[in-house]
Design a protein around this ligand. Structure first.
Ligand SMILES: [Zn+2]
Length: 113
């Protein structure tokens, strides 16, 4: 019993560290989001926020993963995938309405911020 309690205390300590790290990361990301918002068209921002609120996993922007939407896992037709990769306009998943982007774009954005 004592051993178990000690284990639990250690695990709790580890969890506290992880929680505080995650909190800091979340605050940093929120700051970046607040700074970016004024540069985004109002109409798009409203659509984005509505998506985030309604999406089961909270993700409004998702990538193509194995020819499918990584939000709802429905298949994306090849022509649509091509349109997404061309990045000429915003394309949403016809099943869940999430905004679709290609994998390379998420990497470019991650490197830019
Ligand atoms: Zn989808």
């Amino acid at each position: 019993m004592d051993g178990r309690k000690k284990d639990l205390d250690i695990k709790k300590g580890e969890l506290d560290v992880i929680t505080s790290e995650t909190e800091k990361e979340e605050q940093d990301l929120q700051k970046k989001a607040d700074k970016s918002e004024p540069q985004i068209e109002e109409r798009l921002l409203v659509a984005y926020k509505r998506l985030r609120k309604n999406a089961v996993n909270g993700l409004a922007v998702v990538t193509i993963d194995r020819d499918s939407c990584s939000g709802c896992f429905n298949q994306i037709p090849p022509q649509r995938q091509l349109d997404i990769r061309q990045r000429k306009k915003i394309i949403v998943c016809e099943h869940c309405g999430r905004i679709l982007v290609d994998e390379a774009l998420t990497q470019e954005v991650a490197e830019a911020i």
